[in-house]
Design a protein around this ligand. Structure first.
Ligand code: G1P
Length: 274
């Protein structure tokens, strides 16, 4: 997404009227998560600012008597408790998750949401995984079926089918070389993990791309603990590329009655001009 993300964190790019990270935090709230830990790098202070009080904006909206918008802005800091931690070096997803260990602790399961992946589903994707954990006691992650030519971009899973679109994971590989993927089931960016994953991450060497991979730690975890992969209902958008970002905007806009007709008219106008 460069140059768009040169000075703006990619998590702050708007999807319709709110930044991607707000959709993610809203998914957490709707899934019963009580504490959100945002793990970010340098130059990402605007993410914290977004969830903080903004007296200037609120004052302007109050004077303009824009009460509906004022309410929406004023509720942002109160949505859920949010803590931010810095990952000092971009050493990989596993390393990023490990950064939150002092806050999350090893005793309770926790969810991981990757903000590049927006999943529009009812119930929310994270809630579906929380429910699988409640039902089975195991961990869970979201799966998406991908075309073979795209499998090398994902963590790929094989498993034993244990229900409608649910698998007990038996093996996983992060970003398999093109043509070597063992299945078409890719991990989408939602996980519910047991606290003991932290020990496994701490003992995981660098893997694909020279990074400490969460998938490699999960490979160790599944030797002793059940992890379920679930192909979730709903749509998944990969907002980390221009096409996926655009599709997410169209998809979420189409769900708003006030925008739906505008989007359809725009598409008609552009396709007839093409
Ligand atoms: C990460 C995970 C990968 C997963 C993907 C989903 O990769 O490591 O297993 O399939 O997210 O978006 P990344 O996209 O950060 O390279």
């Amino acid at each position: 997404m460069l140059p768009a993300t040169k000075a703006v964190p990619k998590e702050m790019l708007p999807i319709v009227d709110r930044p991607a990270i707000q959709w993610i935090v809203e998914e957490c709230v709707a899934s019963g998560i009580e504490l959100v830990v945002i793990i970010s790098g340098r130059y990402k202070g605007s993410i914290q600012d977004h969830f903080d009080v903004s007296y200037e904006v609120e004052d302007v909206l109050e004077r303009a008597q824009r009460s509906e918008l004022l309410n929406r802005i004023a509720q942002l800091p109160n949505m859920v408790d949010i803590v931010s931690v810095r990952q000092h070096r971009p050493l990989g997803l596993g390393h990023a998750v490990l950064t939150a260990r002092p806050i999350v602790g090893d005793d309770e399961p926790f969810a991981v949401l990757l903000p590049d992946d927006l999943i529009d589903s009812t119930p929310p994707a994270t809630k579906q995984l929380v429910d699988i954990h409640a039902e089975t006691g195991g961990g869970a992650f979201a799966l998406v079926e991908v075309e073979p030519e795209n499998a090398h971009r994902y963590g790929i899973v094989t498993g034993e089918r244990v229900g409608d679109r649910r698998y007990l994971c038996t093996s996983m590989v992060e970003k398999p070389a093109p043509g070597t993927a063992p299945s078409n089931l890719a991990i989408a960016g939602r996980y519910v993990l047991p606290g003991k994953i932290f020990d496994h991450i701490a003992n995981t060497p660098k893997g694909a791309g020279g990074e400490i991979q969460l998938t490699d730690a999960l490979v160790k975890l599944i030797k002793t603990d059940a992890m379920y992969g679930a192909v979730l209902d709903g749509r998944r958008y990969d907002t980390g590329s221009p096409g996926g970002w655009l599709e997410a905007n169209i998809g979420y806009a189409m769900k708003r009655p006030a925008l739906r007709e505008q989007v359809l008219a725009m598409v008609r106008s552009h396709t007839s001009a093409a």
